[in-house]
Design a protein around this ligand. Structure first.
Ligand SMILES: [Fe+2]
Ligand SMILES: [Fe+2]
Length: 246
């Protein structure tokens, strides 16, 4: 299912308000409470500002809302219990809040920041532990799919490569990450439960970046997606411009 947040014809989110207005209104229960928590807003704004200063792609509301929805959808389509699906969504929403403090080690600082917030909401200690385990294990460095929420989070997070993530407006100033992200005009995770496969389906404008560039900078992400897929009993594949590559 193509993700509407990644629709290049949609207006680009300038800040959180665009995403909040269009994607926060349908949320219910715990997820809505967290979405509206002032501390989450402060963390998203600080993450956005820090990533812009560091010249990174977007890691705030747009990315978090997308990962929240994708992580939940992955577990829903695989038939996981509703609480696991909701916990994957919560982990998706909060997984990058550590960037509000520092990029380095953001998965660990994110656990501390998210844990403090989750403790004030109606969640059992076991559920909080599962969500925080997912957040702690989402980064390429040492992340391991230790539970279903972590596996779904890894797949949702690492597959968010798209031109709408590029913060730099001047193509002359693009680094290789900006260039590859900008080249991706469509990105979708396709789950075929009967065939036991999950496919990252990308459309890449090869006038902007060669397909090889994608693998050069994202090989560790692809390996992580493969491990996460295996945890969910799925084979991981990549398809670009309708050609099956992996
Ligand atoms: Fe992250
Ligand atoms: Fe992320």
């Amino acid at each position: 299912m193509p993700n509407t947040l990644n629709d290049p014809t949609s207006p680009q989110p300038v800040d959180g308000r665009h995403v909040e207005a269009s994607h926060g209104s349908h949320l219910a229960g715990l997820l809505r409470e967290l979405w509206n928590d002032d501390r989450v807003h402060a963390l998203m704004e600080a993450s956005r500002d820090n990533m812009q200063k560091l010249g990174y792609t977007e890691h705030s509301w747009r990315h978090s809302a997308l990962v929240m929805r994708q992580a939940r959808r992955i577990l829903e389509q695989l038939g996981y219990p509703e609480t696991d699906c909701e916990d994957a969504a919560i982990a998706g929403l909060l997984h990058d809040v550590g960037n509000a403090i520092s990029r380095v080690g953001h998965e660990a600082t994110g656990v501390l920041l998210a844990g403090e917030i989750l403790a004030d909401h109606d969640l059992s200690y076991r559920r909080r532990l599962g969500i925080l385990t997912a957040i702690a294990n989402h980064d390429e460095g040492a992340g391991v799919p230790l539970n279903p929420m972590a596996a779904a989070l890894i797949l949702a997070d690492k597959s968010d490569v798209h031109r709408s993530r590029v913060s730099v407006r001047d193509p002359e100033a693009f680094d290789i990450h900006d260039q590859v992200n900008f080249a991706v005009t469509s990105s979708a995770l396709l789950i075929d439960r009967d065939a036991g496969r999950i496919i990252l389906d990308l459309e890449v404008d090869t006038d902007i970046a060669p397909i090889m560039a994608y693998f050069e900078i994202f090989m560790s992400r692809m390996q992580m997606c493969r491990r996460a897929s295996l945890y969910l009993d799925l084979a991981f594949g990549v398809q670009m411009n309708e050609v099956v590559l992996l």
